[in-house]
Design a protein around this ligand. Structure first.
Ligand code: NAD
Ligand code: UFG
Length: 331
């Protein structure tokens, strides 16, 4: 298939481009580089030995997107492009709603005009809110606690309605749990701008000595050791989940959790990182972070049954690969 990947220079997108190329698909990447670096494309070429067509385009720009559809015959889309920093979304809700919703609307509109009927959307476990774990796709969704989360919940609803009205349209909504790790080559990985918000990049930067100490947000949650529990998933497993979803797609809406089904606490993750890499991660316990939930992990039955996909890489591999990338990474 010829696959258009929006946000394909970013963290999850770049790993998915690698998996798509390795599975024999050809790829067109569209990214405005607002949160990524063009050098990543060279790294992808280094890993795969394959060429990628690239457009530096903002996906909210309808005529620029349409131009790509007139230049190429596209079989399917994976739509990663979006802004994702939770705290920034609270400070700049308009920017988040505009970017994340308009990009999705433009893409679907152009897809319909050019008869492109396979659409894979990056959603998030955040749409489950504070439901009871494990989260199952059929659950009623709870409100999210921030504009970023709302953009995912609203996008899901828009896409589901459009799919209902267009019997030929095939939609996969993929709800990611906590993607971590990096490609085993150490060439591509997660490189957030400024001080990281998320746990794993914070841990790797503390290990590197870029940051002094990790702050563990709360140890009084109703979990095994009191710290938050998450379903960390290796980004390469996540990437492979996209290829499986794209291959499987049939008309209608299909929603899948992409997680491992295993909960790991913050302290367990720190310990795994220390064991995997033989390096200490100094930390202190501080207050809970507002908006955090105690536990979040997936029921993965549906993806396994329908897509034949399961996450294969364990927490040690996630920690090892995350560290290999951070060690080599130069700003
Ligand atoms: P990322 O920021 O690394 O990648 C997103 C890419 O999209 C970046 O390269 C950015 O430059 C690009 N982009 C943003 N807005 C754009 C626009 N209007 N036009 C063109 N390009 C644009 O983020 P990621 O972690 O790879 O996340 C990919 C997707 O997965 C996002 O939609 C994100 O919300 C979703 N998601 C991420 C996580 C996570 O923890 N990383 C969890 C759940 C869902
Ligand atoms: N944590 C710390 N210290 C830190 C950072 C995080 O203790 O410096 C803790 C958090 O309190 C939480 C856990 O580590 O218990 C994971 O936090 P992350 O920020 O890494 O991830 P979240 O689960 O909060 O959110 C992530 C993405 C969201 C996405 C969600 C889906 O950031 O975009 O996963 O499950 F919606």
């Amino acid at each position: 298939m010829q696959v258009l990947v929006t946000g394909g220079v970013g963290y999850i997108g770049s790993h998915t481009v690698v998996s798509l190329l390795e599975a024999g698909h050809s790829v067109i990447v569209v990214d405005n580089l607002v949160n990524s670096k063009i050098e990543t494309l060279d790294k992808i070429k280094q890993i795969t030995n394959k060429d990628i067509i690239f457009y530096q385009v903002d996906v909210t720009d309808e005529s620029a997107v349409e131009n790509i559809f007139t230049n190429h015959s596209i079989d399917g889309i994976i739509h990663f492009a979006g802004l994702k920093a939770v705290s920034e979304s609270v400070e700049r809700p308009l920017t988040y709603y505009y970017n994340n919703l308009v990009s999705t609307l433009v893409l679907v509109k152009v897809c319909q005009k050019y008869n492109v009927n396979r659409f894979v959307f990056s959603s998030s476990a955040t749409v489950y809110g504070d439901n009871k774990v494990p989260f199952v796709e059929s659950m009623n969704l709870f409100p999210t606690t921030n504009p970023y989360g709302e953009t995912k919940a609203i996008s899901e609803r828009i896409l589901i309605d459009i799919t209902k009205a267009n019997p030929a349209f095939s939609l996969a909504i993929l709800r990611y749990f906590n993607p971590v790790g990096a490609h085993e080559s150490g060439l591509i990985g997660e490189a957030p701008n400024g001080i990281p918000n998320n746990l794993m990049p914070y841990v790797t930067q503390v290990a590197k000595g870029k940051l002094n100490k990790l702050r563990v947000f709360g140890n009084d949650y109703p979990t095994t050791d009191g710290t938050g529990v998450r379903d960390f998933i290796h980004v390469t497993d996540l990437a492979e989940g996209h290829v499986a979803a794209l291959d499987y797609l049939t008309a209608g809406t299909h929603i899948y959790n992409l997680g491992t089904g295993e909960g790991t606490s913050v302290l367990e993750l720190i310990h795994a990182f220390e064991v995997a890499n033989e390096i200490k991660v100094p930390y202190e316990i501080v207050e809970r972070r507002p908006g955090d939930i105690a536990s979040c992990y997936a029921d993965t039955t549906k993806a396994k049954q329908e897509l034949g996909w399961v996450a294969k890489r364990d927490i040690i591999e996630m920690c090892r690969d995350a560290w290999r990338f951070e060690k080599n990474y130069k700003e």
